[in-house]
Design a protein around this ligand. Structure first.
Ligand code: FAD
Length: 410
């Protein structure tokens, strides 16, 4: 490969107690959590919306919210107050209200939010992360941070800082990816949501394409109070989530599946002749990517035994749910409610950095359980509290105690 030498002079655009990278369920809760404690907080999000997979990925229902207090409960309560909660399995929400509510809560907490801003690199002093480099329409900037939280959903910042990470199962294969898509005019019989395997299989068979259904457990998931719904159905396998080229190819394959599935439904499934295709999701659904190596790594035995930890920050009840990388199956098994230790958020060997969301330290199987959004939100909030305490007391994130974290829970 040829190289071009760049000499960059990057202006410092700001200095904050806490900088959060990524505004998905984990990042938005981290930013609000830290800001409500009194920290100055910058939240950078590369899209033009908060919520990550909640909104850009058209994900519903919201799993593992019911046993959560704090911000997760507050967000759901606000959705309920606005009449935009319920629908599928009584735990679904309207994407646009979710976007608006998250923006309101960030503004209310005093979070400094920057959209269209990608965190591209880190600033480091020895093993301490001291800030990030961003790029957006204004150019390239540095933001200094006493504590940085990586909530990018792919541990981009931790990897830039040199954190060790794992990828995939024992063969290095990651879970299948899915491009969710939005449809309108859902038939009355399906308005509460349904599995649609039989219908789609029959439709494909009638179209002369038997065995074509991309996933054995496809769901039509209605958006509350509308005749809109999303299909959790396309499945793209064998793509590397750390390659832009492969993510591009997965997206293109996903779009082709959307059209193929939609046309099969519309032409060959009597219940769906009135169905209208609105849009694929703005964000490709990548179930699995980097998992950092942290001070503790959650493994399958922790889940099977329902292990509790002295630094447990939240309890997970959602079972293991693996959309396999080969075949159309979903491998699922239940867990005993277990805790996520705070140590899973601390990347080994680095200071000034926490990781929150699906990329914390856990095995392939463990991640397949705690990755659902109620848990990511709770991890984010705890990371925000911990970052505030580390900054306030001028100490390592490693020395923040669980009592200090929990003392901020409302
Ligand atoms: C297809 C699919 C279906 C799912 N279904 C469900 C479901 O029904 N219920 C459920 O609860 N969970 C579901 N999940 C799991 C859940 O959506 C994710 O595990 C969860 O959203 C992870 O949250 P997060 O905050 O870690 O990351 P994300 O939701 O991925 O958010 C990360 C955010 O960071 C931003 N970002 C990334 N890199 C940068 C950067 N360098 N700089 C700035 N911003 C950046 C992204 O734009 C994004 O907004 C599903 C996942 C997939 C893929």
């Amino acid at each position: 490969m040829d190289y071009i030498k760049e000499t960059l002079q990057t202006p410092v655009a700001g200095s904050y107690d806490v900088v959060v990278c990524g505004g998905g369920p984990a990042g938005v809760c981290a930013a609000i959590g830290a800001a409500r404690c009194g920290a100055s907080v910058l939240l950078v999000e590369e899209q033009w919306s908060l919520g990550g997979m909640w909104t850009g990925g058209f994900v519903n229902p919201l799993f593992d919210y019911a046993n959560k207090d704090g911000l997760m409960k507050e967000i759901v309560d606000t959705l309920k107050e606005r009449g935009e909660w319920g629908g599928f399995w009584d735990k679904s929400f309207n994407y646009e209200y979710m976007r608006a509510i998250l923006e309101e809560k960030c503004a209310g907490a005093g979070v400094d939010l920057l959209y269209g801003t990608r965190a591209v690199d880190i600033i480091k002093d020895d093993n301490r992360v001291t800030g990030i480099i961003t790029e957006n329409t204004d150019g390239r900037h540095a933001y200094l941070a006493s504590c940085t939280i990586d909530a990018t959903g792919n541990a981009h910042i931790a990897a830039k800082a040199g954190a060790a990470f794992q990828l995939g199962n024992e063969d290095g294969d990651c879970q299948a990816m899915t491009l969710m898509f939005l449809v309108a005019n859902i038939p009355e019989d399906y308005i509460k949501g349904k599995m649609v395997y039989e219908e789609l299989n029959d439709a494909f068979t009638a179209a002369g394409k038997p065995e074509r259904v991309p996933f054995k457990v496809p769901y039509l998931i209605p958006v509350p109070n509308t005749h809109f719904g999303v299909f959790q159905l396309t499945h793209m396998r064998g793509y590397n989530p750390l390659s832009a080229r492969e993510l591009t190819n997965a997206t293109i394959e996903g779009r082709a599946q959307v059209i193929e599935v939609f046309e099969a439904f519309k032409r060959y499934c009597p219940a769906f002749t009135g169905l209208e295709l609105i849009s694929s999701a703005p964000l490709l659904g990548v179930r699995e990517t980097r998992r950092i190596e942290g001070e503790y790594t959650l493994v399958a035995e922790d889940l099977a035994e329902g292990r509790k930890f002295e630094d447990g920050i939240t309890t997970v009840t959602f079972g293991v749910d693996i959309h396999v990388s080969c075949g159309t199956e979903q491998k699922c098994w239940p867990v005993k409610p277990y805790q996520i230790p705070y140590r899973c958020l601390i990347p080994r060997g680095l200071e000034g950095l926490l990781v929150a969301g699906k990329t914390i330290s856990g095995s392939h199987e463990a991640m397949a359980s705690y990755r659902v959004t109620g848990n990511c939100a709770a991890m984010g909030e705890a990371a925000g509290f911990a970052a505030y305490e580390a900054v306030k007391q001028n100490k390592s994130v490693r020395n923040v105690t669980i009592n200090e974290i929990l003392s901020h829970k409302q």
